[in-house]
Design a protein around this ligand. Structure first.
Ligand code: CA
Length: 225
C-alpha cells in the first residue's frame, strides 16, 4: 500500500522512507506542506505520516485543509517528545494517531497498519476472504491453511484486494496504490501479478469484472457470530 510521508528533515525523512519501504510500504516522501497539499489533492494514499513543523505550510494547517475539504486519509503525526500541546491540537484537528520522535520504525509501521485497517472497517489484524488469509505484519499468506510464497508485488496486489474485499478495484487504482511515482511500470504489470496470484492461490480467488477491474468477494458473515 502506498503512503505519503511529509518530513522536512532530510536525514530523518530518508531514514523513515527506507525503513517503511523495508516494512513493505510504497512511500512517497515530500519535504514541505504546500507540495504535500497539492499531492493530496490529486492522488490517494492509504495513509499520511505528517511532521508538524514544515516549511511553507505547517502540518497542522495542512491537516486542517485536508479535513475541511472532506479528505479522511488516515493521518499519523510525528511529534517531539515534550510537545504535548501539539499532539492535542493535532488529534483535535483530525489526526488519527501520533508517534513521538525519535521514531521506532517497527512501531510506526504497526500503527500505520492499524490505521489503514480501521479506515477500511477491518476489525482483525489478519485479512481474510475466499479461503485466503494474509497477515500484514508477518507478511505470511495462507491459502486454505497452506502457506504460499508470494513476490512483494503479488503480496501488495493481494493485500489491496483483500483490504477492499467486495469492491472492484480498477487496474489504475491498483497501480496508483502500489507504485511510487518514480517507478516505471509495464502497462500489463497488474494483469501479470493477478495471473501469478491465481496460479498460486486458485483460479477462482480473484474475479475479473470485465472492462472494470478485479475483485475478491467479501467474506460471508459467520452464522453464529
Ligand atoms: Ca520538521
Amino acid at each position: 500500500m502506498r503512503i505519503l510521508l511529509v518530513e522536512d528533515d532530510a536525514t530523518l525523512g530518508e531514514g523513515l522512507q527506507t525503513g517503511l519501504r523495508r516494512a513493505g510500504f510504497a512511500v512517497e516522501w515530500l519535504q514541505d506542506g504546500q507540495t504535500a497539499d497539492a499531492a493530496l489533492h490529486t492522488e490517494s494514499f492509504a495513509a499520511l505520516v505528517l511532521d508538524l513543523g514544515l516549511p511553507r505550510l505547517s502540518g497542522l494547517d495542512l491537516l486542517h485543509r485536508l479535513r475541511s475539504r472532506g479528505d479522511s486519509t488516515p493521518t499519523l503525526l510525528l511529534t517531539a517528545r515534550d510537545h504535548v500541546d501539539d499532539r492535542i491540537r493535532g488529534l483535535d484537528g483530525g489526526a488519527d494517531d501520533y508517534v513521538v520522535k525519535p521514531v521506532a520504525i517497527g512501531e510506526l509501521a504497526a500503527r500505520i497498519r492499524a490505521l489503514v485497517r480501521r479506515s477500511q472497517g477491518v476489525a482483525g489484524a489478519q485479512l481474510a476472504a475466499a479461503g485466503i488469509t494474509l497477515d500484514p505484519a508477518s507478511r505470511l499468506v495462507r491459502a486454505h491453511g497452506e502457506p504460499v510464497e508470494l513476490s512483494p508485488r503479488e503480496f501488495a496486489v493481494l493485500q489491496e484486494l483483500l483490504l477492499h474485499a467486495g469492491r472492484v478495484l480498477t487496474r489504475q487504482q491498483l497501480e496508483s496504490r502500489l507504485y511510487e511515482w518514480d517507478q516505471s511500470l509495464e502497462s500489463n504489470a497488474i494483469e501479470v501479478h493477478v495471473h501469478h496470484l491465481r496460479r498460486k492461490l486458485g483460479a477462482s480467488v480473484i474475479t475479473t469484472v470485465r472492462g472494470v477491474g478485479y475483485l475478491i468477494p467479501r467474506p460471508e458473515p459467520d452464522i453464529d457470530g
